[in-house]
Design a protein around this ligand. Structure first.
Ligand code: IFM
Length: 440
């Protein structure tokens, strides 16, 4: 596939990262511990024993990394703020040295004319708040709103967008549902209550940031997928309907419709969350953009063992099905169901078993992946879905959560021993693709 897709001239081309996955500097300059510091230092939790102590050492190498972005000609950089770097306990005192780091990072981006897109919470809850119950404690939502307002007050006029959460589905389902992620709890009822508090915290933070007032557009980033039945059987179709309801609609409906989707709510039964009187009023705040992260679809089979898809483009190194048309289908489905603000594709990309050979990383598979997903995206836009930007995940190879450093998502290779960065073929392809868009 090599036909050039023509996107609108105003379309934003970016790359994305998150704080815990790249920063390192785990205890630098007064940073407090987060639940991911605790989790990664607990034996057996991370496949290769990796931690975020050093990661890509971006805390010290941010200027080099911004120069790298500039060399790839991107318009925009999406990154997250480590809450415990700027407020070590998650409540109470601010850490000026922590804010100073993000001030320096923003300064570099401004000097290179790269837009900043900030996420407030990419899973790294301050451990101090976890010690008081974490996201199971309603008060955490209130502390989050205080933190959000402070970031908006300090940086709101210097950044293009502020997203409250990245992928709250993961915080709830992997952090509290199956214990794969920090804080490592496996309890369905708790995970559903946590999802409610995450949504509540989003709504409270939106209101707190609006009250501050800034030029930043405010929204949320959700990981989303279509759910397809593996066969036409009633059991597979029921499973697919439930999966879409519990995963996609569960986060979209409260924000856009002020309620939980009936199908999932009913199925959750006694595990349904405790919801206070005004909660949906608080959650259903207008958002200026919706961040959509797309990686795969859900292929739903009720059989034992479950049927597997047979994708023509194969699977990624994570074992995820490569299914670009799911992006078109998802966007059209969302567009039909909700009154959407403009969408940003805030993450899309793949893990690949990349090798550095003679100073080059030939990752043709990743180029193919991105080309197909951009074509799928364009198809949705041509059909009327308003999408304003695309962020490749990720700028750098980085800490891939419970997979440690074993999975490489970057368009830039990182040698973790030397911290040498080498743009992969996909990075050079992306640069040329962006240039070609601008040259039209
Ligand atoms: O690395 C993650 C990121 O932190 C959130 N979205 C999915 C990516 C790949 O797993």
């Amino acid at each position: 596939m090599s036909e050039l897709q023509h996107f609108p001239p105003s379309f934003t081309w970016g790359v994305a990262t998150s704080a815990f996955q790249i920063e390192g500097g785990a205890t630098a300059d007064g940073k407090g511990p987060s639940i991911w510091d605790t989790f990664t230092h607990t034996p057996g939790k991370i496949i290769d024993g990796g931690t975020g102590d050093v990661a890509c050492d971006h805390y010290h190498r941010y200027a080099e990394d911004v120069a790298l972005m500039a060399s790839l000609h991107v318009d925009a950089y999406r990154f997250s703020i480590a809450w415990s770097r700027v407020q070590p306990q998650g409540k109470g005192a601010w850490n000026e040295a922590g804010f100073a780091f993000y001030d320096r990072l923003l300064g570099e981006l401004e000097a290179r004319n790269i837009e900043a897109h900030v996420t407030l919470y990419h899973w790294d809850l301050p451990q101090g708040l976890q010690d008081e119950g974490g996201w199971l404690n309603r008060d955490t939502a209130k502390h989050f709103a205080v933190y959000a307002a402070e970031v908006a007050r300090r940086f709101g006029n210097r950044v293009k967008t502020i997203a409250t959460h990245n992928e709250p589905w993961c915080s709830a389902n992997l952090g509290y549902g199956n214990a794969q992620f920090a804080p490592g709890v496996a309890d369905l009822k708790q995970s559903i209550q946590v999802s409610h508090h995450l949504l509540l915290s989003h709504g409270l933070a939106m209101q707190a940031m609006r009250a501050v007032g800034s030029s930043a557009r405010l929204g949320i980033v959700l990981n989303q997928w279509t759910a397809d039945p593996a066969t036409d059987s009633q059991a597979d179709r029921d499973l697919a309907a439930f999966e879409y309801s519990r995963s996609v609609e569960w986060f979209m409906d409260p924000i856009f419709k002020g309620r939980y989707p009936e199908l999932a709510l009913k199925a959750h039964g006694a595990n349904a969350p405790v919801v206070h009187d005004n909660d949906f009023k608080d959650i259903q705040q207008p958002i200026d953009f919706l961040g959509c992260n797309y990686y795969f679809r859900a292929f739903c089979s009720a059989e034992t063992p479950p049927r597997q898809p047979q994708p023509p483009l194969g699977f990624t190194d994570m074992g995820w099905e490569i299914y670009p048309q799911g992006l078109t289908e998802l966007l059209l489905k969302l567009n039909a169901a909700y009154e959407l603000p403009p969408i940003l594709i805030t993450e899309n990309g793949m893990a690949n078993a990349d090798q550095l050979v003679g100073g080059r990383v030939p990752d043709a598979k990743r180029i193919e992946y991105v080309e197909h997903h951009l074509a799928a995206l364009k198809k949705a836009m041509d059909a009327g879905v308003k999408v304003e930007g695309y962020f490749l995940w990720s700028l750098l190879d980085n800490f891939e959560w419970n997979s440690g450093y074993a999975k490489r998502f970057g368009i830039v290779h990182v040698d973790y021993e030397t911290q040498v960065r080498t743009p992969k073929d996909s990075a050079l392809w992306y640069r040329d693709f962006i240039d070609a868009q601008r040259a039209r």
